[in-house]
Ligand binder design. Structure first.
Ligand code: 4AD
Length: 425
């Protein structure tokens, strides 16, 4: 028997034709002489009707046995029906139960916490399925963007011996008879690899021992990072604008059906264009009514970007608030050439900077940040053998998916979220 995907059946409008489909019971309701099944597969849903008078005794008995989330195969004729959820109905002639489901624990009005406990089952819901489809398109967009620009995809180790983004969020692990850390970023390795490949990118998990319970922090997230030789700060900001615009357009076009079903208006994505707004840290804190050194919060970020109504680069942060490898602004030694891109509804979505090129300057910076030079010996070497200006950024893939889909919580954008209080399922 040849099975068709539900989306294919709907698209081809196979009026009057007999088709076989397979999937899971999404909803079921029986009326005296009829059973209505909404069947779902990965592509869509379709209403199927089993009429007692039109099927064998066995098929009718099986239809009555079916429960929510049972898997089954159905064969029948397709008929247009405007009242059906996706406009067509399958008039069932044959039905086979593949896996009869026990009472499915997910019903309406379940708490967010409960849904997280049964994430392995909740993933099947329409909303989660659609978000995961958009997530897959984001990975596709990343690879497409870099392929068009002649970048190489490069991998770096997950076990590391030192911090790149500060000790407070480092995950310590036992590494044979030593201590090691899970990577926070590929960056230090990327800075070594640009001397060979010049233009590189990656998408890989990064780990942050974040204790803060917010709607945009994970302990393990997927990190898209880029590093480029000969790139300056201005070039870095322009590059990020191009990337974000490309990703927004790509996903809005490729996932128009999914975004519509999620209730996400794609106008904002399709109309997005460069240049984005820019704001220096000094101006941001003035706007927020705060003093120099104030740590801009998640809420502040969302407020700043909401006021502007479009993405904004927050730039020129105080040196001691950022990472040790960031290049000091030659025009204002108090600040570094770093930028966070704030996106509507989410806040910080990328973080990037121009990097220190000079070995003496890097040594001073390590000292200032109280980092042990020994841990960064090989990294210092990079400044001794043909150093060049270079820059790069990192983007939290889940935060981008939040924005693209309009998801309220980062939990919904990754199949199995890892946070301080959740390691299962
Ligand atoms: O700003 P971050 O810490 O920058 C870096 O790691 C640089 N080394 C990147 C680079 O220049 N190559 O992290 C970059 C991005 C953030 O803007 C945010 O989107 C995301 O990673 N991110 C997180 N996403 C989810 N959960 C967390 N706990 C995150 N921490 C950072």
């Amino acid at each position: 028997m040849e099975f068709r995907a539900i989306a294919d059946v709907l698209e081809r409008k196979l009026e009057g034709k007999s088709v076989s489909i397979r999937g899971w019971v999404y909803r079921i309701r029986d009326q005296k002489e009829m059973v209505f099944i909404i069947l779902r597969d990965s592509s869509d849903v379709i209403q199927c009707v089993v009429k007692k008078e039109s099927v064998s005794k066995k098929v009718w008995a099986d239809a009555l046995k079916l429960t929510m989330e049972s898997s089954c195969t159905l064969t029948g004729k397709i008929r247009e029906d405007k009242r059906a959820p996706t406009g067509f109905e399958l008039q069932v002639e044959d039905l086979e139960i593949v896996g009869l489901a026990e009472r499915f624990p997910i019903t309406k009005d379940k708490s967010e916490e409960f849904l997280r406990d049964v994430r392995h089952l909740w993933l099947r819901s329409r909303k989660e399925t659609l978000i995961l489809e958009v997530r897959a398109a984001v990975f596709e967009a990343i690879h497409q963007f870099y392929k068009e620009r002649g970048y190489f995809e490069v991998q770096s180790p997950s076990f590391t011996s030192a911090a790149s983004e500060g000790g407070s969020t480092l995950f310590e692990v036992k590494y044979f008879d030593r201590k090691a850390y899970l990577t926070q970023s590929w960056q230090l390795y990327a800075e070594a690899m640009i001397f060979a490949l010049e233009k590189i990118y990656c998408v890989a998990p990064s780990f942050r021992a974040e204790k803060s319970r917010t709607r945009r922090h994970l302990a393990e997230y997927w990190h898209h990072e880029m590093e480029t030789a000969w790139m300056d700060f201005e070039g870095l900001l322009k590059f990020q604008e191009d990337f974000i615009v490309f990703a927004a357009h790509y996903v809005a076009k490729k996932c128009a059906r999914q975004l519509k079903e999620l209730g996400r208006d794609t106008k904002e994505l399709l109309e997005l264009k460069a240049p984005f707004a820019r704001m220096k840290y000094a101006d941001a804190i003035k706007k927020l009514g705060k003093k120099w050194g104030y740590d801009v919060t998640d809420e502040d970020e969302r407020k700043l970007v909401a006021d502007l109504g479009r993405p904004v680069f927050l730039t020129h942060f105080p040196r001691d608030m950022k990472a040790f490898y960031m290049k000091v602004d030659p025009k204002d030694k108090k600040v570094v050439l770093a930028a966070d891109l704030l996106i509507p509804g989410v806040g910080e979505t990328t973080g990037g900077s121009a990097r220190i090129e000079d070995s003496k300057e890097l040594l001073e910076s390590l000292k200032m940040f109280k980092l042990d030079k020994k841990d960064y010996d090989w990294y210092l070497d990079l400044r001794k053998f043909g150093s060049v200006p270079h820059a790069g950024f990192g983007l939290g893939v889940e935060r981008l998916v939040m924005w693209l889909t309009g998801a309220e919580h980062i939990f919904d954008t990754i199949p199995f979220p890892r946070t301080a209080d959740r390691l299962t399922p």
